[in-house]
Design a protein around this ligand. Structure first.
Ligand code: ADP
Ligand code: MG
Length: 271
């Protein structure tokens, strides 16, 4: 396996899009696994009460296991909650349990409610894992959990499904990101757009990808994730597609995308 550059400084990437079913979780776990396969230390924070990222990484997330919920409450550290993925020895996941579902409301009355995750990631305990990359998988909403993810990160990765209405709602997401930039996290930026569920048989997929590239330019990864049954089957086996079917197109595409992300680095291009 070809070595990938270790980032000069830890990269924290939030995977966000308030639309459900666009490939946030799938992209989070497979990109994370791709980077881990190259020997990098990767930590996934599951911030969706559904716990789909935890499932795909083979990490237990029934109610009661130490999870991101207790981390946000300040009761335990990230290291206390992180479990090693069954997929790789240098891939970790802080699971989400159903307890997280009530937290959007509970957080409202808390001190520094938008910065709870950031505080947890800044703590010394994270160095027990010493991640090169942290990926945060967001729920399909723009509530306080997503705001916590945007405040904690440097970069945003937006998966866009090559389907009808793909760009609908993006304006709202970008405005929210700008709000967080101007009030809470000035160093946040959209570093990566990833086209997912590309179906080469349809004209529409090409139209959507052309439109996305004309709008976002170089932020859009060259690699496009194809629609693939293997990708959708993998979580049912508590796996990423990288272990479920290593030679498949879906697996290769996520490996390519992970390499592109690593090679592009974190630096913001100035025009
Ligand atoms: P989100 O996290 O944005 O809600 P998911 O990653 O859970 O989206 O994906 C939604 C559904 O689509 C899931 O059932 C997933 O397995 C499936 N899926 C995601 N990416 C692909 C793909 N490239 N090809 C086929 N199915 C996919
Ligand atoms: Mg999801």
């Amino acid at each position: 396996m070809l070595e990938l550059p270790r980032p000069a400084r830890r990269r924290i990437i939030t995977v966000a899009n308030q639309k459900g079913g666009v490939g946030k979780t799938t992209s989070t776990v497979n990109l994370a696994a791709g980077l881990a396969l190259h020997g990098l230390n990767v930590l996934v924070i599951d911030l969706d009460p559904q716990g789909n990222a935890s499932t795909a990484l083979g990490v237990e997330h029934r109610s009661g296991v130490p999870s991101v919920y207790e981390v946000l409450l300040g009761e335990i550290s990230i290291a206390d909650a992180a479990a090693r993925s069954t997929q790789s020895k240098n891939l970790w996941c802080v699971p989400a349990t159903i307890d997280l579902a009530g937290s959007e409301i509970e957080l409202v009355t808390m001190v520094a409610r938008e910065a709870r995750l950031k505080e947890a990631l800044n703590s010394e305990a994270v160095e027990q894992i010493a991640p090169d990359y942290i990926f945060i998988d967001c729920p399909p909403s723009l509530g306080l959990l997503t705001v916590n993810a945007l405040v904690a990160a440097q970069e945003v990765l937006i998966p866009i499904q090559c389907e009808y209405y793909a760009l609908e709602g993006l304006g709202q997401l970008l405005r929210n990101i700008e709000l967080v930039q101007s009030h809470l996290n000035p160093s946040l930026w959209v570093s990566t757009i990833l086209l997912t569920m590309y179906d080469a048989r349809t004209k529409l997929a090409d139209q959507v990808s052309a439109e996305v590239r004309s709008h976002f330019g170089d932020l859009t990864l060259r690699t496009v994730i194809p629609r693939s049954v293997k990708i959708s089957e993998a979580p049912g086996f508590g796996q990423t597609v990288l272990t479920y079917d290593p030679g498949s197109r879906g697996s290769m595409s996520y490996l390519d995308a992970a390499r592109e992300i690593a090679e592009r680095g974190a630096e913001r291009k100035t025009a």
